[in-house]
Write a protein that binds this ligand. Structure first.
Ligand code: HEM
Length: 215
């Protein structure tokens, strides 16, 4: 039901935006899509909804996990509170160490060998990006949280043609949100309490309020 309402809402927004506000994000998306040959309104709308949900869900998780890191790591917290210019550094380490999106998928286009396994056309590969971030070959001493980590490698936003187009935007939104919370008087140490995570197969979004901390 919710999905149907969302589709109806976007269908009703698209013509309005095209006539009334030609520079709106949705109409720009539609214009660009048509420009490169995508005429199907349903596809354009599905991508618009994708922008909306990723910007909301994944970025909420990034903000939440950064607050959690600030609450848990005393030295990083002291450094960041003394100098907000370090916020982008802690956000990057959180993206590596405790990513809000844990995995992505690939679908086999043609039968063949993938990483030593025979796979058939149409099969799914679950790519656990969060595990790749903790590969010691990519990031030495990977289980150490280090905001000044040299040559950090982050796989959180995927790779190749479908890698996340929102990675810089997400880090910017997270920085602005966290800075606003800190300047409004939020004490991150007060968040060092057990949290729950929203039930999900690929996101890691903390919820403060009740219960034991789940994995
Ligand atoms: C403003 C915020 C964001 C926007 C607008 C956004 C948008 C998108 C879009 C449209 C895609 C699909 C790309 C495609 O299939 O071609 C995507 C993919 C993805 N995004 Fe984001 N995203 C945002 C934030 C985030 C954050 C915070 C994370 C992780 C913490 C994230 C992780 C991913 C991953 C893992 C993929 C799949 C990459 C792959 O399969 O290679 N995104 N994003």
């Amino acid at each position: 039901l919710a999905a149907e309402h969302l589709l109806e809402l976007f269908h009703s927004l698209l013509p309005a935006r095209q006539s009334g506000h030609p520079r709106g994000l949705l109409s720009m998306l539609s214009q660009e899509a048509r420009h490169i040959g995508y005429e199907d309104t349903n596809v354009i709308i599905a991508n618009g909804i994708g922008f909306l949900s990723q910007a909301y869900e994944a970025t909420a998780g990034l903000i939440g996990n950064t607050l959690l890191a600030l609450s848990a790591h005393r030295i990083s917290r002291q450094q960041v509170l003394a100098n907000f210019d370090l916020l982008p550094h802690i956000i990057q380490e959180v993206l590596r160490f405790d990513p809000a999106i844990q995995n992505t998928r690939r679908f086999v286009a043609q039968s063949g060998m993938v990483a030593g396994h025979h796979m058939h056309e149409g099969e799914t590969i679950l790519v656990v990006l969060a595990a790749a971030n903790r590969d010691a070959v990519a990031n030495p001493d990977p289980d150490r949280f280090e905001i000044h980590r040299a040559n950090r490698r982050i796989f959180t936003f995927g790779a190749g043609d479908h890698n996340c187009p929102g990675k810089m935007l997400a880090a910017t939104i997270a920085r602005a949100g966290i800075e606003q919370l800190l300047t409004s008087g939020l004490d991150p140490e007060s968040l060092n309490v057990p949290v729950l995570y929203r039930p999900s197969v690929n996101t890691r979004i903390p919820i403060w309020g009740a219960g034991e901390r789940s994995a």
